[in-house]
Design a protein. Structure first.
Length: 274
């Protein structure tokens, strides 16, 4: 058995199929870990959802910000943005089945010494705390009144975690850290506008994984979300968003051997809107 982690797919169905063929993925034996953002901006988000869902228990995916955006649009709490490619899902005959399946995905997966998350972990969060906090959001998403959560999900405030946070502010900080964060201060204050390369990070901020003494240093955190960062393999952090959507490759890593496999983006998958 092998465990393969794959970076942000964002509707690049052709590349996902090619990548699974290249690593000779066997759903009867192997496991596929997906860092989230299965959908949006790419050409074939509907086919990606159908494929990943069909893999059943052999595929574990955590939710990314684009996946949550799809759920919010479908629930009527957000509108489509310029460049979104979600209409095919929203009009599909199996729409509700797919959306219900997506809504029941995790925000954090922990197994052995590995942690799977879309964006990152705040520096003060231990793995046990992060698991419990992720569960709070997962419970809200899977509840009967999930639409109310989605209606309060968006916003940049509060920018930092506090143990005394309650209600939707608490859930929003957890969601933002796990699905939107790239950089933060040493004290864990997040900044959400920055999307560029590391050398251009604003003063007083660091990549979340480089904050000294972060509480998750004893695990290997596998994440995506930051396409300008690209492939990064450290002892305790693996970044897998290599920007297939923007013309880069789609990347998989075997967690047992750390062997990297990539397939090139096809012209049809490159996003038409930036």
């Amino acid at each position: 058995m092998a465990i393969y982690a794959v970076g942000d797919i964002q509707g690049c169905h052709t590349e996902l199929v090619q990548l699974l063929e290249k690593i000779r993925f066997d759903p009867g034996v192997d496991k596929l870990w997906l860092v989230g953002d299965l959908v949006n901006r790419g050409a074939d988000s509907l086919q990606v959802l159908r494929l990943v869902k069909s893999l059943g228990a052999s595929a574990i995916t955590v939710l990314g910000n684009h996946d949550l955006h799809l759920l919010a649009v479908a629930a009527g709490t957000s509108r489509l943005h310029r460049g979104d490619t979600l209409e095919e899902i929203l009009s599909a005959p199996d729409r509700e089945e797919l959306l219900t399946w997506l809504r029941h995905r995790r925000l954090l997966h922990v197994e052995g010494t590995f942690v799977l998350v879309h964006a990152g972990l705040l520096p003060g969060w231990s793995i046990e705390l992060a698991k419990n906090l992720a569960l709070e959001v997962e419970t809200a998403l899977q509840s009967n009144d999930y639409v109310e959560f989605l209606a309060h999900m968006y916003g940049n405030q509060p920018k930092a975690w506090r143990d005394d946070l309650t209600g939707y502010e608490r859930l929003r900080v957890i969601t933002n850290a796990l699905t939107r964060m790239r950089i933060c201060t040493n004290s864990g204050e997040m900044e959400f506008d920055f999307k560029a390369e590391q050398e251009n990070i604003p003063a007083a901020y660091l990549p979340w994984f480089d904050v000294p003494g972060r509480a998750s240093l004893d695990t290997t955190v596998i994440f995506g979300h930051w396409s300008a960062l690209g492939l990064m393999i450290k002892e305790n952090a693996i970044a897998l968003d290599t920007g297939c959507l923007w013309g880069g490759p789609l990347t998989a890593i075997c967690l047992d051997t750390r062997e990297v496999t990539q397939v090139s983006c096809t012209n049809s998958s490159v996003a038409k809107h930036w």
